[in-house]
Structures are given as C-alpha cells and as structure tokens.
Design a protein around this ligand. Sequence first.
Ligand SMILES: Nc1ncnc2c1ncn2[C@@H]1O[C@H](COP(=O)(O)OP(=O)(O)OP(=O)(O)O)[C@@H](O)[C@H]1O
Ligand SMILES: [Mg+2]
Length: 240
Amino acid sequence: MIEVHDLVKRYRYRGKVKTAVLDLSFSLNDGRSLGVLGPNGAGKSTTMRILATLMKPDSGGQRRRVDIAMGLVNNPSAAFLDEPSAGLDPDAREDLCNLLLSVRKQFGTSIVITTHYIEEAERVADNIMVMDKGSIVSEGSPQQLSNQYAQDTITLAIKNARKDDLSSIFSAMSAIDESLLLNEDDSICNVQIKALHSPKVLPDILREMNRIGAEITSIDVRQGSLNDAFLRLTGNEATP
Ligand SMILES: Nc1ncnc2c1ncn2[C@@H]1O[C@H](COP(=O)(O)OP(=O)(O)OP(=O)(O)O)[C@@H](O)[C@H]1O
Ligand SMILES: [Mg+2]
C-alpha cells in the first residue's frame, strides 16, 4: 500500500519560491497501477522523485509500506517510472507496455507511471490521476474519466427536415453542448452533435425527429476518449 498525505514541495529558484506540489493526497493498493498524467510543469516528476525517496517533501509526506525498489529488478513490490517511454519509438513503447503488464502480473508489482502518451497510461494503469499546477484535477479509471469528461460525437444524416428547425431543436436541448449543421443539399442535412453522454441524448433526438416527421438515415456515435477527457480537464494537448 502506498499512501501520500498532503504532500507539498516548493522549490527556491533565483530568490523566488515555486510551489511544485500542493497538498497532494492519494493511495494505491498493492498490485495496482496508477498512471499520472498532466501538462508540463504539473508536478509529476516532483511527486515521483519524492515517492521514490530521491527527494524530501517540505511537509506532509508519504507513508509507504513497500520496499523501495529502483527499476524493475528483484521482484520489486513497487515501481515508480517517470516517463519511461519518452523518446522511445512505437515498437519499443509497445515492448515496454508489455513488460510492465507482465511484471505486474507475475510479481504483483504496484506501478506508478507518468507519461505523456495517454494510450499508454490507459493500457498499463487501472487508475488515472490527472494533475495540473501541483494538484489533482481528477482521478478515476480511464473509463470513468472518459465517461465523465469526454464529449461524445454523434453524426446524423437527416431527411425531410428544415435546417432552421433542426438548429432550433438541437440548440434547445440542454444535454447537447454543441451542434453543427455540416452541409445541406436538397434532401439531407448532416449534423454533428457534441454531448457528454450520448446514450442520454440519442433517445431525445429520436423522439424530436419523429415529432417533426424527419427521418434519420444514418447515425454514427464516436465515444469520447481519455485524451478528450484529459484535454477538457487541463486545457492541454498531451505532447510527448
Ligand atoms: N529543480 C527545480 N528548481 C526549481 N523549480 C523546479 C525544479 N524542478 C521542477 N521545478 C518546477 O516545479 C514545477 C513542477 O515541475 P515537474 O518537473 O514536477 O513537472 P512535470 O509534471 O514533471 O512536468 P513535465 O511534464 O514537463 O515533465 C514546474 O513549474 C517546474 O518548473
Ligand atoms: Mg516530468
């Protein structure tokens, strides 16, 4: 079990004080893996260095009932990996992912990993912690975070409806964040809709189209990804 309580780290640099981590608390059960995501300067490396006991926190701190293990040798009970895949090509990144998964399976190693590759965190980690400006912005399984924060995109082709009517119907639906009428020829409107929860919105759309006598000729739903959730939470594109 790894427990972190109210971790604080400030750097003094050229006479200025920079708060890198502020009141960070989290826990990780044995054998679980945590992916730490965040934009540049979020405090990920600082947190990792403290967890790996390379550096002292200012206050609060961590209580670790695990053997400190550096690297993935000697059946470590926990491994702290700060951007292990930075600079690796896609093949090597794939190998690394597989290695982490197999080490974890074989030895029950707890893994804390930071990465700018969202899909890597998604594969390796049971839980994701998104940090920004030294604090946790959100935490949960990849599925939970994308359900909660990532917009789904629904694309519809609709027959027998006036563009203006569609505009006013979609903009009046509070569960729809954005709707865009892509193009319109004589008979078909293509509409792109962004909404947090497509399963909740679709029945309403179907009912409304039915009400105005419009016919939906195709529906495409793209579920929001963890990357979309990350962008919404931090306002940043994940840049390796
Ligand atoms: N040795 C240091 N001296 C002064 N400030 C530092 C030092 N190390 C980090 N910082 C500052 O602390 C903050 C957190 O840095 P940290 O390296 O922990 O972020 P990070 O999330 O790992 O970022 P990146 O994604 O770029 O690796 C940043 O504002 C950074 O400029
Ligand atoms: Mg870093």
